[in-house]
Design a protein around this ligand. Structure first.
Ligand SMILES: [Zn+2]
Length: 385
């Protein structure tokens, strides 16, 4: 099990890792406790003899809590499978305390598909609610009281999951549908800005409601929605700006790197001289890998004089100068090397791109992008309908 930012990988689907966040393990016993209380009360009301015991209701409570998270996983899988079918790319699925998150590296290209992708999750939850409802009805009365109540409970929880996710509180599913509907009219950046504003409005409302009713769940949900809405708006802005900028305009235009055959001791000097954590490795002027302080440190000091950069290097993402900044940034994030080697038409290293370069570029090109957006809006308005 590999740990990534407080989440453990528990399985995978078509190469997409499925992770469980620690917050879920904290909340699971709490939910089991809450649900078992409901089982006890229900058994009391229904006069089920001998069913009020702590042990039995505790186990059923835990069962429903696990069933709830399985339902959330199915909801997320519905999003993922639809996204894959429509040309999207999914990086990972993480189950968290407040539900699931399908991390997309690439949304489906058409807004209509993005809306449908958001919609299939809540629809799946409502379909699950229907199945559990049928099961509730099908399970025979008193003898299977606990099973029947569990089905009823899971039906209710799935109705709640489906409807709650349909609220237009971006970045929840309903908010994504709202954004997709706005894209045609406003363009992606403004559509995301409006959806994000609505999402943050919901977050503030949930927070107030949570404070008034002393409900910690609502406060946590409010926090996640607020942060998510803000993050997505920032990302949409970055995408719009960087898509129009060539890597050549963003990069540090110097072919700094180390030769593949230098010793690791010299490699460490190269890194220190350039004040970089990672440098590209070159062979006849072409980037063939990357070596960072991390790789060098893994080799015992006494051996560094004999081992070469080529032996320890990891693959480096490479982009041509004409590539757009957004694609290059994504390449960097997917490779988990904090650097892109930029090459000319002949494959020779001409520069490097890292997060600092991207941030500098954002500051430089944002105003240009804002002007372009204003002009395209004017053009859209002037265009005869
Ligand atoms: Zn969803």
């Amino acid at each position: 099990m590999r740990q990534t930012r407080g989440a453990w990988k528990v399985g995978s689907l078509r190469g997409i890792p499925i992770r469980v966040h620690v917050s879920l393990l904290l909340i699971l016993p709490l939910l089991a406790y809450l649900f078992s209380g409901a089982f006890r009360r229900a058994a009391e009301v229904a006069h089920i003899p001998g069913a009020q015991g702590m042990g039995v209701s505790g186990l059923w409570g835990l069962g429903v809590a696990v069933g709830l998270f399985a339902s959330i996983l199915i909801h997320e899988l519905a999003h993922t499978l639809y996204a894959l079918r429509r040309g999207g790319q999914v990086r990972s699925i993480t189950l968290m305390m407040v539900g699931g998150v399908s991390e997309l590296t690439e949304a489906p290209p058409r807004p209509r598909d993005e809306a449908l992708m958001a919609l299939v999750g809540p629809l799946t939850s409502l379909a699950l609610a229907g199945l559990f409802g049928l099961a509730t009805w099908g399970v025979d009365g008193t003898r299977a009281f606990h099973l029947q109540f569990a089905c009823f409970y899971l039906a209710t929880l799935n109705v709640f999951l489906g409807l709650f996710n349909l609220l237009p509180a971006f970045p929840m599913d309903g908010g994504r549908i709202l954004r997709a509907l706005l894209v045609g009219r406003l363009g992606p950046v403004r559509a995301t800005r409006v959806a994000s504003l609505v999402g943050r409005g919901f977050a503030v409302a949930f927070a107030v409601w949570g404070l008034v009713t002393l409900n910690p769940f609502l406060l946590v949900i409010a926090f996640f929605i607020y942060m998510g809405a803000e993050g997505e708006a920032r990302q949409a802005r970055m995408k719009a700006v960087l898509e129009r900028v060539r890597v050549a305009e963003l990069m540090t235009p110097r072919a700094v790197g180390m030769e593949a055959d230098v010793s690791l001791e010299d490699a460490l000097w190269d890194l220190r001289r350039e004040r970089r954590g990672v440098l590209p490795v070159m062979d006849a002027g072409r980037p063939v890998g990357a070596v960072g302080v991390e790789e060098v440190r893994r080799v015992p000091e006494a051996e560094r004089i004999r081992r070469t950069a080529r032996e320890v290097m990891r693959p480096v993402p490479v982009a041509p100068m004409e590539e757009n900044g957004w694609r290059a940034l994504r390449l960097m994030l997917e490779s988990e090397v904090p650097l892109v080697a930029v090459v000319d038409a002949g494959g020779q290293l001409v520069g490097t791109l890292d997060v600092d370069d991207v941030q500098r570029g954002m500051a430089l090109f944002q105003t240009r992008e804002e002007r372009a957006e204003r002009e395209s809006r004017r053009w859209r308005q002037e265009r005869p309908a």
